[in-house]
Design a protein around this ligand. Structure first.
Ligand code: FMN
Length: 197
């Protein structure tokens, strides 16, 4: 590792002004998209999303999250079969990404859930990275039973020490408009308890 990558300190100050409207538009424009064009998602596009995800904080900066990228339709089909099928949309995707965490970075009962938290945070930023690069995507829950997980890892060639966190299906947008479920959000008043004690 080069000396520039060794820990230490850095100087931080309040960031300069953001264009809040544009940034909120960016966040608001990410929606789950389940229809994709046939154009392949390139290595560069995956790399660009990964760069955005690399800004994700992680417990003790352990950076235990990993991604496994699948573009072969036969492999994608096998993985989806393991995961209870395509739900009628996943097989449109030109890429399936499995976000995993390396569990060797976590020890002790008190860290039991940390791996999933780190992986989840990473996955979200990865999706925002895809969005920034105009790649449409939708998460798919990882269906976990011991037997299913073992078989999934065998098909995907995921090392034993890694735990799948979530799947992301993606592809380029189709031209024109596609229909997506409208997913309403709770308002601040519905979900927040502020100064409640
Ligand atoms: C962890 C996770 C698992 C999900 N699993 C599925 C899934 O299995 N199938 C699906 O169609 N959508 C899945 N979604 C997408 C959600 O349904 C979607 O994010 C939610 O309805 C909000 O809609 P939006 O993403 O368009 O804002 C999942 C989302 C998350 C965060």
């Amino acid at each position: 590792m080069s000396s520039s990558r060794i820990g230490g300190t850095k100087k931080v100050s309040e960031p300069s002004c953001f264009d809040k409207k544009i940034i909120e538009e960016f966040y608001a424009s990410r929606v789950s998209v389940r229809e994709y064009s046939d154009d392949p998602v390139t290595d560069d596009e995956i790399r660009a999303a990964c760069r955005i995800a690399s800004y994700t904080p992680s417990a003790c900066n352990r950076q235990a999250s990993r991604i496994h990228v699948f573009r072969d339709k036969n492999v994608i089909r096998k993985l989806l079969d393991n995961q209870l099928g395509s739900q009628g949309w996943c097989d449109n995707a030109s890429v399936l990404i499995c976000v995993t965490v390396n569990c060797n970075y976590f020890g002790g009962n008190y860290e039991r859930y940390q791996a999933l938290i780190d992986g989840g945070l990473y996955a979200m930023n990865f999706v925002m990275g895809l969005h920034l690069n105009h790649i449409a995507s939708c998460f798919k829950m990882f269906i976990r039973t011991p037997r299913r997980e073992k078989e999934f890892k065998k098909i995907a060639k995921i090392p034993q020490c890694e735990m799948p966190v979530v799947l992301i299906l993606g592809g380029h947008y189709k031209s024109g408009i596609v229909t997506s479920p409208k997913s309403e959000r709770f308002t601040f008043d519905e979900l927040a308890c502020v100064d409640n004690c």
